[in-house]
Design a protein around this ligand. Structure first.
Ligand SMILES: Cc1ncc(COP(=O)(O)O)c(C=O)c1O
Length: 346
């Protein structure tokens, strides 16, 4: 019997496993009780994150979803309105948390492949009145997951921020993959954060950590956020073992995101003009590609998994997503492309 090929897992960049060096950093982390503020490794991660994004303070949180929940809850009151893209992660994949957890109404502005049309925003903003809830917060997602890892340009952030300030509205960036945007465009991460009151970024995605996200903002906001985190059950104790992975990733895994972007571009080029498959873009912006398949996506998905050990995600009847990350090498990318071409052409 031939030995099965190793699995190439392109379902998401959340599937990355900590490297031996990251595990070593975790194993030797100094720890304390972080709910008491006593964990030196968590404190160091928070200082590093705040410095990277040019904000006063930061808070380590268990997940991107909780980071977004805290940002919304700490900057609104029940009955307020928030604006976000109709295809935003918080809108589609977080089980209705703006309504369910934060008690806010959501409205959407116009956008084109994940990039907000800033001109449409002023019309969406409600001033509080006897009839209207007040619009309190705009949430922008960068990179944009459902738009295939699209980068929201810095100029768009600036324009949205300008409009928000004019109307007394706060801005939160769901920057789960903002470091992919920063690396892809050569932008300082602090330049994005400067256009927002608060920002969440994820350690557990392309940066390769097993757990965790970080919320950044003003000292006043982070004080409030710490209370909301506790309320949501996100107060962690000896979390330094997790924060150590985050520190290792910030020191070693940011610039290598460019490798994932290169592999993603290679995959898109290898899939271009092939029968039975149409990538959304042959020049993907960051580390993911959505494709349209002629055959049912579920069938393509299961043949890829069973025959070739290539894991992916189906997102609609004829739509699939492939995400590149530090556990997918350039050789894996070429092997996966061959498998995808074979299965899609059947
Ligand atoms: C854009 C975006 N925001 C937030 C999240 C939520 O992150 P988590 O899975 O850590 O809760 C994700 C997860 O993939 C995401 O893609």
């Amino acid at each position: 019997m031939t030995k099965p090929l190793p699995v190439i897992d392109m379902r998401s960049d959340t599937v990355t496993r900590p490297t031996p060096q990251m595990r070593a950093a975790m194993a030797s982390a100094e720890v304390g009780d972080d709910v008491y503020g006593d964990d030196p490794t968590v404190n160091l991660l928070q200082e590093k994150a705040a410095a990277l994004f040019g904000k006063e303070a930061a808070l380590f949180v268990p997940s991107g979803t909780m980071g977004n929940a805290i940002a919304i809850k700490a900057q609104t009151v029940h009955g307020d309105e928030i604006l976000l893209d109709a295809e935003a992660h918080s809108m589609v994949y977080e089980l209705g948390l703006p309504g369910a957890i934060c008690g806010v109404l959501t409205r959407s502005f116009r956008s084109e492949r994940g990039v907000p049309d800033a001109e449409s925003i002023p019309d969406c903003i409600h001033t509080e009145s006897l009839h209207n809830p007040g619009t309190r917060l705009i949430v922008l997602e960068n990179t944009h997951n459902r738009a295939g890892g699209a980068v929201v340009p810095l100029e768009v952030h600036r324009e949205v921020r300008r409009i928000a300030l004019e109307h007394g509205v706060k801005v939160h960036i769901d920057g789960a993959r903002i470091l992919n945007a920063a690396v892809a465009t050569g932008t300082n991460p602090a330049a994005y954060a400067a256009e927002a009151d608060t920002l969440t970024f994820c350690l557990s995605k392309g940066l390769g950590c097993p757990v965790g996200s970080v919320l950044v903002g003003s000292l006043e906001f982070i004080d409030k956020a710490r209370r909301v985190r506790k309320m949501l059950g996100g107060g962690l104790r000896q979390a330094g073992v997790l924060a150590a992975a985050g520190i290792y990733a910030l020191d070693n895994h940011i610039q290598r995101l460019a490798d994932d972007h290169r592999n993603t571009a290679t995959l898109a080029q290898l899939l271009a003009d092939q029968p039975g498959i149409q990538p959304d873009s042959v020049t993907p912006a960051t580390n993911m590609i959505y494709v349209t398949t002629s055959r049912p996506a579920e069938q393509v998905y299961s043949e890829l998994e069973q025959e070739f050990g290539v894991l992916s995600n189906t997102t609609a009847l004829h739509r699939m997503r492939f995400v590149l990350h530090l556990d997918v090498s350039s050789q894996d990318t070429i092997r996966a492309a061959e498998a995808i071409k074979t299965v899609c052409a059947r």
